[in-house]
Design a protein around this ligand. Sequence first.
Ligand code: NDP
Length: 240
Amino acid sequence: MSLPLIVITGASSGIGAATARLLSERGYPLLLLARRLDRLEALQLPNTLSRAVDVTDRAALVAAVAEAEQHFGPADAIVNNAGVMLLGEMQRQDPAEWDTMLDVNVKGLLNGVHAVLAGMVARRHGTIINVSSVAGRKTYASHVAYCGTKFAVHAVSENLRQEVSEHNVRVITIAPGAVETELLGHTTDVAIRQDYQDWKEQIGGVLRAEDVAEAIRFAYEQPQSVSIREIVLTATAQAA
Ligand code: NDP
């Protein structure tokens, strides 16, 4: 029996790319989305449609999912992974950075849910996997706006689960601690970025993107009747 389509947002680097590689190895057809199409295509995964889509563009996201469903059949899962972390102190941070994080991490994730949910409910089958963070459960210095977006991801996921569980649709929250990816590199405050980098080295390294991909695979590959609601995972050495 052929495996169903999985959609992954933010698949051009880090956790999304690692998840794409792992799920492709497992045999799933994929729709990979991010703004950098060259990076998606460089993964060279079989049975995969790659589209340059900004998750804040709801119409483009919906259209890409519809196109992939034409090729591969209905999407059985979406990994809402695209995100940005622009750390900063509220007194000094450019408000444009909060706007970006809210747009991508919260509205972009809702756009992903919107693109697949009606079909999943109609088919009474599907899984929505939302990548949040330990920063969606706890607060940290210089994380005000970022934590706001990730607490929102937790809240959206909890509430959505209440709404769709009766339709046999699962909602899974993946909440990693620090992972070695490109994420930190987008923070514009050099001192905050350096402190974070020093902390990662001091604790002897953080999670690998592949560790998070494996958690996503594990949660998804349970029987549809089993919902692993949330996985919080960190490097063992991460105390905070
Ligand atoms: P990366 O920066 O390596 O990856 C982020 C991905 O999101 C890229 O593929 C990027 O693609 C994509 N993306 C960013 N903005 C948009 C957009 N507007 N539209 C579409 N895609 C977008 O970081 P990670 O792999 O670490 O991050 C993945 C998720 O994991 C994020 O939600 C992050 O908050 C979360 N997370 C990360 C942790 C960490 O320590 N790394 C810890 C906890 C959670 P492109 O630029 O090509 O559009």
